[in-house]
Design a protein around this ligand. Structure first.
Ligand code: GLC
Length: 730
């Protein structure tokens, strides 16, 4: 053992992490312990002095040019030399920007999501980042909420599979590797249920719904080895998530045995005063500590109040020691003590060709074909003229989407640029944005756009949302394409030219008005750095679209929340709505869960997405109609590519529990497989599902597996297919 480890035995990397944590903890004084519990913003005044005084354990959003200096102070100028952990929001790429998470969810491709997070980890770790605040696995059923862009959508199973994949990508095979970074499952929990879709708003979620819908993706991240969790801003059933002992201790620690570190969301500890839950900053510090927050982000209540609270209440030392254990466990797990300057070992791979290629693949697979009346794929002969119009055709900063800290818009290749690069002089490209931005109502540009259409054989129209219209604190009450975009499209449709509409947005938009004015509709979300080349590959048929909707698309705002895994009610709505009869007010109308003035069904259902080819799914064949609780359910289905293109179908497995001690959803996604087939090719697809996956939580936290009858679908979306029935028996 060398001199260093003799004095500092915790530095011996052969010693198990739990022992190293105890060795170091026992060497720390109270102030040093409390110092580890504070994560400060990079621009904090007196930052370096506070590091030297051992008062800071972590910094977020510190510029790379300052990271080495800050780490040298922590390691060489403090008594114990505990390294800082540097955090940053690396949400959908660092410098190479991938589609927004909602777009990545549309790929239904966990391995692609994992690879994307791996690329982000490689790029971020080379720039001094040890910890990202991702994946965000909040379930969201309300497209008004700006952060739906950052989510994996409305389904717990899909969000669980993709969240776990993202954790694996960020943390790699070994979190101690120099190019691995700690993942963070956020925002624990229920944040996506914000009333009215307004960010930071109240959430009221019954325990059964919390456990059956909102918690599973977090448990999946924990099971994938996620090293950190982040507590949410939201008030959950009257208790702010950041002061929620039931969430942060009873569930996360006692039930789930989470060994990692819980960080509060930005100033959410201090915000418990605004919530009306803490009387002052001292109370906020005490409530967060007692609930189970190990590290306070951005606000300074721990820094200011824990020393005195500890003096006045010495029993708090147990809580403080436990919090510091979690912080040290994180730092040892990342190998920070072995190599506090790990970024020096990671080759700078920013924007390298393999990263860009993967980002392009992710963008290609994220696009969802919602309508195609034979216009795509394009087979332009030389001399064809294309009108390229709309405010999103050449808007690099918009196409990379929200939550981009280190991606640069100048790196992004827009659809216009990709078309120009592809066609050169072989096709005439007539570009006219028509509107300056997605929100513009200045229609003076319409004339040129209409002329471009009239002078062309086909119109490629790019509409949608600027990046700023989604993301944190950017909720919208009206979901139609903003500005005068609908008017622009209607004017273009007047020319009679075929229109391919491509929408880039951070959420589902209302499409009822644009749908009639286009022959083809491709939904590209915010597709990232390589969005342009990906869209052009799809337009030209180099790949067939394979994306599927991770979230329902409402017909109107009035429907919201609208989601596929709803309950049936005692009077389920009819799919075909009757009008309101004239005559006496007593005329019978349908006494069921319909609207009398609007559609109740979404415009496009969860799991929906077209392809250039066509697929035929046979009837699901069950290995047995009776499944024992400890057995597996096995089902097989034949799928054929009956079209003319090689294409990929996402085959989806849904179940319904027909009678249970709690009403259960009319369908629940329990599995999916991406199947790529050549034209004319057929394949048998098999799902094997442990019967325990049929269990659900009741309102008291009991996990129930109840015998009875179930319906099962294997289909291409959450609405299609014919069910087969089976019985679950004890
Ligand atoms: C923000 C977000 C959170 C993010 C954190 C650090 O307010 O809610 O998702 O990771 O602060 O930027």
């Amino acid at each position: 053992m060398n001199h260093q480890t003799a004095e500092k035995p915790w530095l011996n990397s052969e010693t198990p992490i739990a022992q190293r944590v105890e060795l170091l903890l026992n060497a720390m004084g109270p102030e040093e312990k409390i110092g580890q519990m504070w994560q400060v913003a990079g621009d904090l005044k007196d930052r370096d002095q506070l590091i030297k005084d051992g008062k800071i354990g972590s910094i977020l959003n510190l510029g790379f040019e300052h990271i080495t200096e800050a780490q040298k102070i922590a390691v060489y100028q403090t008594r114990l030399g505990i390294p800082l952990i540097i955090g940053r929001d690396v949400i959908h790429g660092f410098r190479t920007i991938f589609p927004i998470p909602l777009g990545q969810a549309a790929t239904f491709n966990p391995d692609l999501v994992r690879q994307g997070s791996r690329v982000a980890a490689r790029e971020a770790s080379s720039q001094g980042i040890h910890w990202t605040f991702a994946p965000m696995v909040d379930i969201c059923r309300d497209p008004r909420w700006g952060r739906i862009a950052e989510s994996y959508g409305e389904d717990p199973y899909l969000a669980s599979v993709l969240g776990a994949a993202s954790v694996a990508g960020f943390q790699g095979e070994d979190p101690r590797a120099a190019d691995s970074i700690a993942a963070c499952a956020k925002h624990f929990a229920g944040y996506g249920a914000a009333e009215g879709g307004r960010d930071y708003n109240t959430t009221l979620i019954p325990e059964s719904e919390l456990r059956n819908v909102y918690l599973p993706p977090f448990k999946a991240c924990l099971d994938a080895g996620c090293l950190t969790f982040m507590s949410g801003f939201n008030d959950l059933n009257g208790v702010p998530a950041t002061g929620h002992r039931f969430l942060l201790t009873d569930i996360l620690r006692t039930e789930w045995g989470f060994p990692g570190c819980v960080v509060s969301d930005w100033a959410s500890v201090e915000e418990m005063i605004n919530h009306g839950f803490a009387a002052d900053t001292q109370a906020a510090a005490s409530l967060a500590l007692q609930a189970g927050v190990d590290m306070e982000m951005a606000s300074a209540t721990y820094h200011h109040h824990l020393p005195k609270l500890l003096q006045d209440h010495p029993t708090l030392s147990e809580k403080i020691d436990q919090a510091v254990r979690h912080v040290l466990h994180l730092k040892f797990s990342l190998g920070l003590f072995e190599d506090p300057f790990s970024w020096e070992k990671v080759t700078d791979s920013l924007l390298c060709s393999s990263h860009l290629q993967l980002a392009k693949q992710a963008a290609t697979e994220s696009c969802v074909l919602l309508k195609n009346e034979g216009v795509l794929p394009l087979q332009p002969s030389p001399g064809t003229s294309l009108a390229v119009v709309g405010p999103l055709a050449d808007a690099p900063a918009e196409q990379i989407g929200c939550w981009v800290f280190d991606g640069l818009s100048q790196d992004a290749i827009t659809p216009l640029r990709a078309l120009q690069q592809t066609f050169g002089d072989s096709c005439q490209i007539n570009y006219a944005p028509g509107l300056e931005t997605s929100r513009s109502t200045d229609t003076r540009g319409f004339t040129r756009a209409i002329q471009a259409a009239e002078n062309s054989d086909l119109v490629l129209c790019f509409l949608g949302e600027e990046a700023i219209l989604s993301g944190e604190a950017h909720s919208r009450a009206f979901l139609n394409p903003p500005g005068a975009q609908e008017e622009l499209l209607a004017a273009l449709a007047e020319t009679g030219k075929p229109i391919v509409l491509i929408i880039m947005a951070g959420r589902p938009l209302l499409l009822s008005k644009v749908l009639p004015h286009c022959q083809t509709l491709l939904y590209a979300w915010h597709p990232g750095t390589m969005g342009g080349p990906a869209i052009v590959d799809l337009l030209l048929g180099r790949f067939s679209p394979s994306g599927k909707l991770p979230v329902s698309f409402p017909s109107t705002e009035g429907q919201i929340p609208v989601y596929y895994n709803k309950r049936n009610t005692g009077r389920p709505p009819r799919d075909v709505q009757r009008g309101i009869p004239e005559g006496t007010p007593l005329d019978p109308v349908d006494f069921c869960a319909n609207y009398i003035d609007s559609e109740h069904l979404p415009l496009f259902p969860f799991g929906f997405g077209l392809s250039y080819s066509s697929f035929e799914l046979g009837q699901p064949v069950l290995e047995s109609q009776t499944i024992h609780c400890e057995d597996q359910l096995k089902v097989c289905i034949q799928i054929s590519n009956t079209g003319e293109f090689a294409a990929t179908e996402v085959v989806q497995l849904y179940l319904r529990d027909l009678a249970a001690s709690l009403t259960r959803p009319v369908r629940e996604l329990k599995g999916f497989q991406r199947v790529t087939l050549q034209p004319g090719e057929s394949r048998a697809v098999t799902f094997a599902l442990p019967a325990r996956q049929l269990a659900f939580y009741d309102g008291s936290g009991n996990h129930l597996l109840e015998p009875g009858e179930f319906d099962l679908w294997v289909s291409s979306d959450s609405k299609s297919g014919q069910p087969v029935r089976f019985r679950l028996v004890q």
